[in-house]
Design a protein. Structure first.
Length: 311
């Protein structure tokens, strides 16, 4: 949800394993045609090629797109929060709103490594905000209550399959969100949860898709020939890499992984089939896309009003 920071997955807490409904989505895709597997992923060896693949899954695209509408909503909420805190006698300086188009790196990579890892350092996440100085007004309980509201008044919205998110019920952040979404604020939170749940369900259902299973089998056979037998899942390979470094040679197995993905067309098949499964989920849950579109438009109208008044 637009706010003082770019979208982040950390605000959602997974409180149960998401299994309900996966069989339905999976069964839909099992009846689909596989089509001829791509000969290779070599054309994807560019940033633009990979970005096109990342944008194919429609549920993921809704959650992680950071376009002009999303950036405008975030900036309007930021501006309203600053004004609200000023009226309460506080100086609030949240981080600048990221520009439109800067959220591509936030998208999940559900199929493991896609580009060679850095030779010098691990990938770093976004920098954290600087904590307030002890004794400053920003470190006081009054400041926190003005911004985040009364802890006892927080609101919690739950999805249909175990996810939940908690947000301030009053205070300047809640006021800014309400200014943009009105009485649709809780529905907006719920729709976002449902989209996250849809991602999980689709990823589970993808394991039953014939074309994806065949692509994974081709990758496994390639890894066997490369001298790394027993590899079953490209994403799991990354998770177990620390223990594999001493036994197999970390960088060698990563090079083999990328080469096998390229030679077998694994990423093209994986993202294409994930997009189809996610679309099937959206088709089975039309209220999610309908409400998402309506609330996003409502938010954008309010955002334009807030920013016009500001400047």
């Amino acid at each position: 949800m637009p706010g003082t920071r770019r979208p982040r997955r950390a605000v959602l807490t997974l409180t149960a394993v998401l299994v309900g409904g996966a069989a339905v989505v999976g069964a839909t895709m099992l009846t689909s045609g596989e089509g001829a597997p791509p000969r290779s992923d070599v054309p994807l060896a560019t940033t633009a090629g990979l970005e096109r693949l990342h944008k194919l899954p429609p549920v993921t695209d809704k959650v992680f797109t950071w376009d002009a509408v999303q950036a405008r909503g975030a900036e309007a909420q930021r501006a309203h929060s600053i004004g609200c805190m000023a009226r309460k006698g506080f100086h609030y300086t949240p981080k600048a709103t990221p520009p439109a188009g800067s959220g591509e790196d936030q998208r999940p990579r559900p199929f493991g490594l896609e580009t060679p890892p850095s030779e010098t350092s691990d990938e770093q996440g976004p920098a954290e905000e600087t904590p307030p100085k002890p004794g400053s007004p920003e470190a006081s309980p009054a400041y926190a209550k003005a911004l985040f509201g009364d802890e006892s008044k927080r609101v919690t919205v739950k999805g249909t399959r175990g996810m939940s998110v908690s947000r301030p019920g009053d205070g300047c952040l809640a006021e800014a969100e309400t200014r943009l979404l009105g009485d649709g604020r809780l529905r907006w939170l719920q729709v976002r949860i449902e989209l996250f749940e849809g991602q999980e369900l689709a990823r589970t259902a993808l394991e039953k898709d014939p074309a994806f299973r065949n692509a994974t089998a081709r990758w496994q056979q390639c890894m066997d020939r490369a001298g790394f037998p027993g590899q079953r899942d490209p994403q799991a390979l990354l998770k177990t890499l620390p223990s594999q470094k001493a036994r197999l040679g970390g960088r060698d197995i990563l090079k083999a992984d990328l080469r096998c993905k390229s030679e077998t067309g694994y990423l093209t098949t994986a993202y294409t089939r994930l997009a189809a499964v996610q679309q099937s989920w959206l088709d089975a849950n039309p209220a999610v896309a309908r409400d998402w579109t309506a609330l996003l438009a409502r938010q954008d109208r309010a955002a334009r009003e807030v920013l016009a008044a500001k400047g």
